[in-house]
Write a protein that binds this ligand. Structure first.
Ligand code: IPM
Ligand code: MG
Length: 372
């Protein structure tokens, strides 16, 4: 029996292309793993009304981790229109499967490192080494949403917050609500993971990116928790910033920051910005990590128009594979893979179109594999 069982989830779009690239390097590294294909993707929404079938969630409970490519997400009405006729009008609603997966399996933190590898012509600046800890199971992604807003709900909510009175003249069917949920459990575990990481990797600061001056309760809880946890790490400074200012400073002085920790939507935004500073989504890896299980995925989407063309930059996927190896405890393989990726970037001969080259997705993977 293989040492590891890994759920293999290409998803759709360019997810398939970049997962083929991952397989090339994993095979070269001779990772002792069984790769178990798992159903996830737009195809399963269209034909089964569920892009993340229960059988996939069940399988994920039995594996060491999952490796995931990308998935297409479309707005409500478009999603309805693409269902097979017999599933239409049955009240099925499309919710992003990756968001569901994070919540259902309690993969509560999203680790998104963004490093400027020397020689990458797309680096915004050199010496950028950012790591975003994005809360992954609550916040504005709670899924607690209302439209229309029923009178009963409104009256009840008004009892607890008079601010709702500002909307008294708006009818319920002209109002929508999304609830930002922050729990003490959620705030504590994400902030703790960020400090542990900073401690382990020698980062001098942890920056908490929130908005407590306006989001008094939810951001307020994050701030309180961060201050408490910081006390356990006297050598690490806690910087508290507001999301709006933080994105500005990140553009101005990205090299001043290291570990950032933030809520779900802010993390979504800050991690795209951080990715752009180091060459764009073609370089952005991520891990959805829980206490016992993790699903690794590049930050980029499925880019349907490039699907199957093998032109997409696989570095994000390869760096994601490196993160998976680290998480599995295969530190030597992870190091070797990162060095090979860095070597290919520095040499600059094999580049996909986004980097100004003409190489294919698989050319890049093969060049990386050759160095292993
Ligand atoms: C990400 C993506 C997802 C998110 C989408 C595809 C639902 O943008 O992983 O950053 O919003 O989390
Ligand atoms: Mg995103």
């Amino acid at each position: 029996m293989a040492k590891y069982r890994i759920a293999w989830m290409p998803g759709d779009g360019i997810g398939v292309d970049v997962m083929d690239a991952a397989r090339i390097v994993l095979d070269k590294l001779k990772l002792d793993a069984e790769y178990i294909p798992a159903d996830i993707g737009w195809e399963f929404w269209k034909t089964e009304g569920d892009a993340l079938p229960q059988r996939t969630l069940d399988l994920l409970q039995t594996v060491d981790c999952g490796l995931f490519g990308a998935i297409t997400s479309k707005p409500k009405d478009e999603a309805q229109a693409e269902l097979v006729p017999e599933l239409r009008g049955k009240g099925l609603t499309y919710r992003s499967p990756i968001v569901r997966l994070r919540q259902r399996l309690q993969l509560y933190y999203n680790l998104r490192p963004c490093k400027a590898y020397p020689g990458n012509p797309l680096n915004y600046r050199d010496n950028i080494d950012l790591v975003v800890f994005r809360e992954n199971a609550e916040g504005l992604y709670s899924g607690v949403e209302y439209f229309p807003v029923e009178d009963e709900l409104r009256e009840m909510m008004k009892k607890y917050s008079s601010a709702l009175g500002n909307f008294d003249d708006v009818p319920g069917d002209e109002m929508a609500m999304t609830v930002r949920v922050v729990t003490l459990r959620g705030a504590t575990r994400i902030i703790r993971r960020a400090f542990e990481y900073a401690h382990k990797h020698g980062y001098p600061t942890v920056t908490l990116v929130e908005k407590p001056n306006v989001l008094r309760e939810t951001s307020g809880m994050m701030v309180r928790v961060a201050r408490e946890i910081q006390k356990e790490y006297p050598e690490i400074e806690l910087w508290e910033t507001n999301i709006d200012a933080q994105v500005m400073w990140l553009l101005k002085n990205p090299e001043n920051y290291g570990v950032m920790v933030t809520g779900n939507l802010f993390g979504d935004i800050v991690s795209d910005l951080s990715a752009q500073l180091v060459g764009g989504l073609g370089f952005a890896s991520s891990g959805n990590i829980g206490d016992e299980l993790a699903v690794f995925e590049p930050t980029h989407g499925s880019a349907p128009k490039y699907a199957g063309k093998y032109v997409s930059n696989p570095h994000a996927m390869l760096l994601t594979t490196k993160m998976m190896l680290d998480w599995l405890g295969e530190t030597e393989m992870a190091k070797a893979l990162e060095a090979a990726i860095a070597g290919v970037i520095l040499e600059g001969k094999v580049r996909t179109y986004d980097m100004g080259g003409e190489s294919s997705t698989l050319d890049v993977a093969n060049a990386v594999a050759e160095r292993l």
